[in-house]
Every structure is written in C-alpha cells, then in structure tokens.
Design a protein around this ligand. Structure first.
Ligand code: 0X9
Ligand code: CA
Ligand code: CA
Ligand code: CA
Ligand code: ZN
Length: 310
C-alpha cells in the first residue's frame, strides 16, 4: 500500500475497482476491457470512452497511457482523471460532451502494474522504475523501433534503462503494441494521437528520441513542424517546457518513436510535476498535489483530442 498520508493515490486494486465502477455507472459511454496481462499476471486495463461505445465508429481514436515507469504514480492519477472527466462530464460539460461524441478515447491507466505494486510494497516507496521480469526491463526502452540503436539504453540487466533481451520481450509493451496494431482497420491506423504520461520535469516531448536530428527517416520537415507546433500549444496551456525528446537526452526503444515510426501516430511524452529537485523525492509528491497537477493538463488533453480530428 501507499505510505501513510499518501492514500489518495490508487493501488492496483483501487484502480481496478474505480474502472469497474465507472463502467457500471456509465455503460453508455464507457467500456472496460484489457490489452493483456503483465509479467506477474495482472490485467492491463483498457477503458474506451465514446458515444455508442460498443460500436467501432468512424471517429478519430486517441490513446492515453500512464505508469510505464513504476514509481511515476502521479501519472496513473492523470489517466484516472481523464477517465472521470470524460465520463462524469458527459451530458453536462459542453467540451467534454462534444469530444466524447466525436472521438473514441482509449485509456490505459497502468502499463506497469507489477512495478507500481512493488514500488509501494510494505507501505514504503522503493524508487523502482522497471517492470518485474527478472531484474526488470525498462519498458520505455523495449519498443521495437530502432531498439538499442543509439546508446539510449543499456544492455546490462542491472541498469535502470535495461532494454531487455529483444524488442517487445516485456509482456507489457508487447500487449500495448498488439492493441495499437489491432487498430489498423482496412489498412489504416485509427489511432491519430497519443500521450504517454511520465514524471517528472514538466516537459512536453515529441519524437524522435533516438537522434538529435529534427527530421529523419519517416519524419518530414512538415511533420516535425507539426509535432513542435502542437507540442508548443499544449505546453502553453499547462506551463510545461516543449522540446524534442532527444534535446533532453537520447533514448532508443521509446514508445513515442515506435508510435510515430511504425504507425504515424502523433505521440507525445508529458513529464509531469515537479519541475525539478529532490532526486527520487520528485517521483513522490504528496497526494494533496494530485488534484492540482492532474487538472493542470485538462486543456492540453482537450487540445490533443481536438487536433486528432484535423
Ligand atoms: O527516460 C524516459 O523514459 C523518460 N523520462 S523519465 O524520467 N520519466 O524516465 C523520457 C522519455 C522521452 N524520450 C527522450 N528523452 N528521448
Ligand atoms: Ca497526504
Ligand atoms: Ca462513438
Ligand atoms: Ca473507430
Ligand atoms: Zn518515466
């Protein structure tokens, strides 16, 4: 469980219960399923939100993923806020209603439930990042696009950025990738945009992460400009700093590079609160901060959902 005083964060059991309650209270717009199971066998929950939710309509699809990194618990709360806002607000909030009616929104609140549960085991924080397969794989170095290409990950199983023995060796990344692959319908990818939430540093990041170059194979100048334009617009709404991923540091096998390189999905990483400081402490803001720091991204989420139709 979370340490005393931080019970406002959701454990895996509480995430599960909340998603089930949401589905039960809003069966018209919320459908709960899963993309697969984690290494230790936990369901990787997937909540779809849309009008006529049981049907696959011809509407732009958007994906939000959270908690690839175990200790980044604030991000799970971010995905749960998206779930709450777009279900509770349906029929009352005008912006929410229009987006739910015109988009198919998919939310995966925890890509790494094994790591998250381990990180809070014994009622203490453990500073854990990876999944729980062997010594742990860094899920955000395990995606199959230029995997291990460029010095942006480690081949040492003990490293915090261990890329795993092969691309998609982690059941968690493989399951999310299978889901994304399954959204290619009639030869065209239905998912148009994606945010993967992380913490911390208050950044909006876009691909590529494997190279310092602004454009590279699979990304034209015009596309790079759109990534930057949309990224800057979202960052203007939440006060984060916008930049290309590699301006922070080089990564290879990250989710954004795969989403764009493989599927041309407008895929961003948000690094949430705090901006700086505290080393490991930065991953563990007090639960009193959850409301403010998740609400801070409401407008950016709306901007992305809107842009998915353009
Ligand atoms: O290193 C990561 O996976 C992300 N940062 S975190 O502190 N949450 O671990 C950043 C991924 C974004 N990509 C690049 N910086 N290239
Ligand atoms: Ca507290
Ligand atoms: Ca619909
Ligand atoms: Ca559809
Ligand atoms: Zn992270």
């Amino acid at each position: 469980d979370f340490p005393a005083g931080d019970e406002g964060y959701h454990t895996y059991a509480e995430v599960t219960a909340e998603l089930e309650a949401t589905r039960n209270e809003h069966p018209d717009v919320a459908r709960l399923s899963g993309v697969g199971t984690s290494y230790e066998g936990r369901a990787l929950h997937l909540l779809k939100i849309s009008d006529n939710v049981a049907q696959d309509e011809d509407e732009p699809e958007v994906l939000f993923t959270c908690n690839q990194h175990a200790r980044e618990h604030l991000t799970t709360e971010m995905c749960l806020r998206i779930v709450q806002r777009f279900t509770n607000g349906y029929g009352t909030d005008e912006t929410v209603t229009a987006l739910v009616d015109s988009r198919e929104i998919y939310v995966i609140p925890s890509v790494n439930p094994d790591g998250a549960e381990y990180d809070i085991s014994g009622g203490q924080y453990h500073g854990w990042r990876k999944n729980r397969q062997g010594s742990g794989t860094d899920l955000n170095r395990n995606w199959d696009y230029r995997w291990g290409c460029c010095g942006g990950s480690s081949g040492n199983p003990g490293s915090d950025t261990y890329r795993g023995p092969s691309p998609f060796s982690a059941p968690e990344t493989a399951a999310v990738a299978d889901f994304v692959n399954s959204r290619v319908v009639g030869g065209s990818q239905q998912l148009k945009a994606h945010i993967d939430f992380h913490s911390y540093s208050e950044l909006v990041l876009w691909p590529y992460g494997y190279t310092y170059a602004d454009t590279a194979e699979g990304m034209t100048e015009q596309e790079a400009r759109r990534f930057a334009d949309l990224g800057r617009r979202m960052a203007a709404s939440n006060g984060y700093s916008p930049q290309q991923s590699s301006d922070l540091y080089i990564t290879d096998g990250s989710v954004n590079d795969w989403m764009w390189g493989e599927h041309k999905i407008w895929s961003y990483t948000f690094e949430m609160y705090p901006r700086s400081g505290g080393g490991l402490d930065g991953f563990y803001p007090p639960d009193e901060r959850i409301e403010q720091e998740t609400a801070r991204n409401d407008e950016a989420v709306d901007i992305l959902l809107e842009a998915a139709g353009e």
